[in-house]
Design a protein around this ligand. Sequence first.
Ligand code: NAD
Length: 373
Amino acid sequence: MSQAPFAPVAPADAHEIGGGIFGLMGQMDHENLFFCHDKATGLKAIIGIHNTVLGPALGGTRFWNYTDEAAALRDVIRLSRGMTYKAAISGINLGGGKAVIIGDPRQLKSEALWRRYGRFVESLKGKYITAEDVGTSTADMEFVAMETRHVAGKPSWMGGGGDPSPVTAHGVYLGLKAGLKEVFGTDDAKGRRVAVEGAGNVGTYLVKRLRQEGAEVWVSDLHQDRVEHACLSYGARPTTTDALFDLDIDVYSPCALGATLNDRTIDRLHCSIVAGAANNQLEDESRHGEMLREKGIVYCPDFLINAGGLINCYAEYLGNYHQQHALEMTEVIYSRTLEILKTANNQGITTHEAALRAAASRLEAVAILKSRL
Ligand code: NAD
């Protein structure tokens, strides 16, 4: 049977590039890859545009010291595809794209490199809009903005949305509350027991919101000062990333790194809900999604509930940015999460699969609509 144009791609992800670059693009259904090189500044970047059915491809630029070029290629392919689904499920009119810059950001970053990169982005004439990501900052986007209009995540004095973390945290909080509603029949977090892994930008906002609502919150981080800050400022309790998996809790909230839902952790989890900010929480999308389902744990899909950062960039892209507007646009995450959880339940599929199907169905509907115009 032939596959529908926007059927979710098997989540095997881009592990192999033996089939060549076009093989990889075909496997993940990519539109474009742009390789950008500038000898003078040491810039080596790959811009991946996965899909522009919904609009221009927006996604941050990751600056990372990849072990080799194949690793950078795999990352840009995987991340840009993820952005397509994140935008589609969030109901916003953006396509999926992402970029990577290869090298050590501490050694390579310079005004010249960013401006050269900005010129490459400009040459795509708005088909790709960049923003910050791991290894890049609002200050870096200031340099990019000197050469192109097609950049979000700029500082507020430039009309930008600045740090998206408060908006991301708001969405995660709403997704978590939808999970509570599904499991307990009420979304009141008072008295619920939540473990937040990673007290960084997003995790700390989340701890604050949950504590304000009267939840009991545990927090872990690799950096003890982060844990202390969350405990002293908001009355959270300290734990460690290992001990967290033995706690008897209602919600596990991964807000550090991806792939923390895996063969080693799922068996140890004592919770009813997983809802957090980290990207790619399921080490293996289908297998670990299914393991959670079999254990009766409600998984709030990461790319649905952590979309606040993207929505913040979208609000900036639309112009006349106000954080309040972005926060309001993010509220859709609550009802959409409830819908996805119900669909998954009714259809006997994982919540991750239900979210992928919903995103794919919007992409397909809009593609048909546009083909008729
Ligand atoms: P951050 O870097 O500010 O915070 C991450 C924290 O996790 C750090 O304090 C770090 O020390 C801690 N950490 C790392 N490994 C850990 C481990 N094994 N155990 C416990 N703590 C660990 O990042 P952030 O902006 O708060 O983002 C958190 C996660 O959410 C990331 O995975 C990010 O990709 C994702 N995300 C963030 C946004 C956003 O707007 N910031 C948007 C979408 C997704």
